[in-house]
Ligand binder design. Structure first.
Ligand SMILES: NC(=O)c1ccc[n+]([C@@H]2O[C@H](COP(=O)([O-])OP(=O)(O)OC[C@H]3O[C@@H](n4cnc5c(N)ncnc54)[C@H](O)[C@@H]3O)[C@@H](O)[C@H]2O)c1
Ligand SMILES: O=C(O)C(=O)C[C@@H](O)[C@H](O)[C@H](O)COP(=O)(O)O
Ligand SMILES: [Zn+2]
Length: 353
């Protein structure tokens, strides 16, 4: 088992990575939680595959469980879903001394974490991420949120879990499209911080080799994210690097009503297009966007900007959390593995799209 400790001024927790850890989840949770009640928030796909199993394992350790199931997909990351979950949790008579488990992909993690952070002003929660994206990104770092009709993650907070349990075996049932969706955020880490990872990803020949290297990839990504979050928990500086590709990406996701592009696909388009522009502007080393395009194609990810008005993306940028008054921060690369934050006038953002 690989263990990463997250040490923040107000919170310490562990990320445990091990194939098959779900089978020991009762024992692991008992080590950090002594009471009885656990509410498991999951989506119907994950519940269909692993719902009975997790209940059976938890029951052996004398927990009293209730499962709350949401519809899969980004549309569920809403205040409406949060309100429905609050009602179910209150019916379960949950208290601040009880525990919530977010058992699913990034949608479940963000939504369940948001609910946990707000109901009764905070109920402890555990992340058991089941998608690749959730295992390498969303379950770590404490950003929890729901969307509003006008944009992504507009209501949220920083609220850390009590622990993160990552079982790479769960990825065996993941749809290929969502495996590659997660790979977009893996590629992001390579672009911003880890040239070696980027180059390694370029050499992987097939899905079997990817799968054999998955535990290592998860550990690497969680380590990069953990280190950045420890230095800048609240997203005031270095953490903004983790948003590479997201300014355009969130706009693309939203413009298509969250139906056409997954989060990772939006980020892929964002990483390529902002880098293409910054190469043209001589900010980024020549050929960097070509390298990004090549790796995105290799992992079945889109790179070209879809047929939408530039204005749509510029409107979405108004809601970017990296805005500060009339100025905003954008994330650019000097070259692969080396990202930086550029502070620009908001009206100039059109130059980078
Ligand atoms: N909080 C953060 O730091 C952070 C970071 C990155 C992304 N996000 C958010 O994460 C969300 C995207 O997450 P996602 O890509 O995991 O999407 P998702 O949660 O919708 O999961 C993708 C699909 O895979 C299914 N699934 C999940 N695990 C499975 C498994 N083991 N086997 C079979 N099917 C499984 C789900 O039911 C869903 O249909 C977005 O809302 C994004 O904004 C948050
Ligand atoms: O953890 C972070 O910080 C990130 O930016 C990680 C991103 O991959 C993630 O999509 C995050 O939810 C984006 O946050 P937002 O602040 O742009 O809503
Ligand atoms: Zn992301």
């Amino acid at each position: 088992m690989k263990i990463l400790e997250v040490n923040l001024p107000q919170k310490k927790y562990s990320i445990l990575i091990e194939k098959g850890i779900l089978n020991n989840i009762g024992k692991e949770i008992r080590k950090i939680y002594k009471n009885k009640k656990i509410a498991i928030i999951t989506d119907s796909n994950v519940e269909g595959l692993y719902g009975e199993k997790i209940i059976e394992i938890l029951n052996k350790y004398d927990f009293q469980t209730k499962t709350i199931v949401i519809e899969p997909g980004e549309k569920s990351k809403s205040l409406h879903s949060a309100e429905e979950i609050y009602e179910e949790l209150l019916d379960f008579e949950i208290t601040r001394g009880d525990m919530i488990i977010a058992f699913g992909g990034g949608v479940v993690g963000d939504l369940a974490g948001f609910v946990a952070s707000t109901l009764l002003r905070g109920i402890p929660f555990i992340q058991i991420p089941t998608s690749l994206l959730a295992q390498i990104d969303s379950s770590v770092g404490g950003k929890v949120a729901v969307n509003l009709p006008r944009g992504k993650n507009l209501v949220g907070s920083f609220y850390h879990p009590e622990a993160v349990f990552i079982d790479p075996d769960l990825l065996k049932t993941l749809d290929k499209r969502f495996l590659y969706d997660g790979m977009a955020e893996v590629i992001k880490y390579g672009c911003i911080r880890d040239k070696e990872l980027f180059e390694r990803l370029m050499t992987i020949e097939n899905e079997e080799e990817l799968s054999n290297n998955m535990e290592e990839i998860i550990l690497k990504c969680c380590t990069v994210k953990r280190d950045i979050v420890q230095r800048d928990e609240k997203d005031n500086g270095e953490r903004m690097l983790l948003n590479f590709g997201h300014t355009i990406g969130h706009g693309v996701e939203k413009s298509f009503g969250y139906k056409t592009y997954t989060h990772g696909e939006g980020v892929a388009i964002g990483m390529y297009n902002i880098t293409r522009r910054s190469v043209e502007m001589n900010i980024t080393k020549d050929k960097t966007s070509d390298l990004i395009k090549r790796i995105l194609i290799k992992y079945n990810l889109p790179c070209e900007m879809p047929d939408i008005e530039k204005e749509e993306i510029i409107n979405a940028v108004k809601l970017d959390k990296k805005n500060k008054g009339d100025r905003m921060n954008i994330v650019l690369l000097k070259e692969i593995g080396n990202a930086f934050i550029k502070n620009i006038d908001r009206k100039d953002v059109k130059l980078y799209i």
